[in-house]
Design a protein around this ligand. Sequence first.
Ligand code: SF4
Ligand code: SF4
Length: 85
Amino acid sequence: MALMITDECINCDVCEPECPNDAISMGPEIYLIDPNKCTECVGHFDEPQCVQVCPVECIPRNPDHLESAEQLQQKYHALMAAKNG
Ligand code: SF4
Ligand code: SF4
């Protein structure tokens, strides 16, 4: 499952540089997570790094992007393959 940032985000900027998949970017008002790039940090870390650093706990799972651990692993491999050309 990809994660999502809710409107409780205070734009503190700390999560963006922590994402190993460059899935987090500033949106029109608050930060956004690209569900096509978020693997819940599978393949990189044991825990979602953005959730670890967010001071207001506004990063839940995205109910519109339900994925199994296996699917997240496959997404990780696809992202790495794209990154490495
Ligand atoms: S869970 Fe990991 S991959 Fe997903 S947005 Fe957060 S830091 Fe990036
Ligand atoms: S760490 Fe949390 S509050 Fe800070 S920018 Fe990211 S989502 Fe928003």
